[in-house]
Design a protein around this ligand. Structure first.
Ligand SMILES: NC(=O)c1ccc[n+]([C@@H]2O[C@H](COP(=O)([O-])OP(=O)(O)OC[C@H]3O[C@@H](n4cnc5c(N)ncnc54)[C@H](O)[C@@H]3O)[C@@H](O)[C@H]2O)c1
Ligand SMILES: [Zn+2]
Length: 358
């Protein structure tokens, strides 16, 4: 097991990564000073796989445990689900000191985190991520939210967990597409912040995709460190944290225009390539980096090209419709592998040309 400390003053917490960690969560919660009642929030698929060992460990540590299960899927990340969970928490007399444990992927992490942030003005919560995406990205950094209307993550709070427990063994049951989905964010982290991780991935992608335990543990730890390093400097995303949005400006537009048929990691992969091409066209990045990025993304089972989509519509979703053409856009641009910066000086015509396949 490896530990990463995330230093956020009074909101500091630890991320523990390793195989078999799930069953130790109860013991660790006891060591953090919690006792009495604990609540697990999970989805129906993850419940069947991992609620029992987590619950057993909590009970052995003396906790009185309640498990609340919502159906799996992004459609559940709503105020409606939050309402159902508030009812459940009050029914079992959860108190302000009752830890809420989010067991699952990013949907559960965001939903349970939001519920924990708001129930009784905030109860402690623990993230137990079970997807690669949740381990390397969503469980870390304190962004919690639900979707509302057609808008994703629009109602939420910055609220840090007290502990994150990433049990690498849980990745064994993850569908291949979900593993690829998480690799989108892994490649993003390497591209913006860690040249060595990028080279490591170029050499070891086969091991990653074959779920080699040691490789995965190291990758999760490295990614947690990268994200934590950025979040520590800019917890509430007023500046630097935006570099984590590399590939996401185009990615979000592609994801939305696909009607969310494309998974987030797939859309971000496409976005990373497009945004690297923008940097090449601006003379900031060498063309060779685009080739390396494309190769890595494909090896991770992710797409590199924008599917048949209208570039004008993509521009519109990015908040740049015809009326304000000729303007400048803000993008995270790569300078080289492992180095990125935020530029507010990207020519919109150039962007549209790249989106149209230029
Ligand atoms: N808070 C943040 O900073 C942040 C960052 C990135 C993404 N997100 C959010 O994360 C969500 C996406 O998360 P996700 O990709 O983990 O999706 P998810 O939570 O929907 O999980 C994907 C699917 O995998 C299943 N699953 C989870 N763990 C499993 C396991 N170990 N074995 C088998 N099946 C398993 C789930 O039941 C689900 O069907 C989005 O809502 C997104 O907005 C949040
Ligand atoms: Zn993302």
């Amino acid at each position: 097991m490896q530990k990463v400390k995330v230093n956020l003053g009074v909101n500091s917490y630890e991320v523990r990564v390793g195989s078999g960690c799930l069953a130790l969560t109860g013991k660790w919660l006891g060591e953090l000073g919690y006792s009495g009642k604990a609540v697990i929030i999970t989805d129906a698929s993850v419940n069947k796989l991992y609620a029992a060992p987590l619950e057993k460990g909590l009970k052995e540590a003396g906790f009185d445990v309640d498990v609340f299960t919502v159906p799996a899927g992004e459609e559940q990340k709503t105020l409606g689900s939050a309402g159902v969970l508030y009812d459940a928490l009050s029914r079992v007399n959860a108190e302000r000191i009752t830890p809420v444990i989010a067991l699952g992927g990013g949907v559960i992490g965001d939903l349970a985190g939001f519920v924990a942030a708001t129930y009784m003005r905030g109860v402690p919560y623990i993230q137990v991520p079970t997807t690669l995406l949740a381990m390397v990205d969503s469980s870390n950094g304190g962004k919690t939210a639900v979707d509302h209307g057609s808008l994703k993550n629009v109602v939420g709070a910055f609220y840090q967990p007290k502990l994150v427990v990433a049990d690498i063994d849980t990745l064994r049951t993850l569908p291949a597409i979900e593993l690829s989905n998480g690799m989108g964010e892994v490649i993003k982290h390497a591209a913006i912040k860690d040249k060595e991780l990028f080279t490591f991935l170029e050499k070891n992608m086969k091991k990653v995709m074959a779920l080699d335990e040691e490789t995965l543990e190291n990758i999760v730890v490295k990614n947690v460190r990268i994200k934590a390093g950025v979040v520590e400097k800019d917890e509430k995303e007023t500046g630097l944290r935006m570099i984590l949005n590399y590939g996401h400006t185009v990615g979000h537009a592609v994801e939305a225009l696909s009607g969310f048929k494309l998974k987030h990691g797939q859309a971000v992969a496409i976005g990373m390539v497009a945004e690297a091409k923008i940097a090449v066209r601006m003379g900031i990045l060498e063309t060779g980096v685009v080739n390396r990025l494309e190769k890595l993304i494909q090896e991770a089972g992710l797409p590199v090209r924008i599917p048949e989509m209208d570039a004008g519509k993509l521009m519109q979703i990015m908040g740049h419709d015809k009326k304000v053409r000729q303007g400048k856009l803000t993008f995270v641009l790569l300078k080289s592998v492992g180095k990125a910066f935020i530029s507010g000086d990207v020519d919109s015509t150039l962007v549209e040309e790249v989106l149209a396949g230029g």
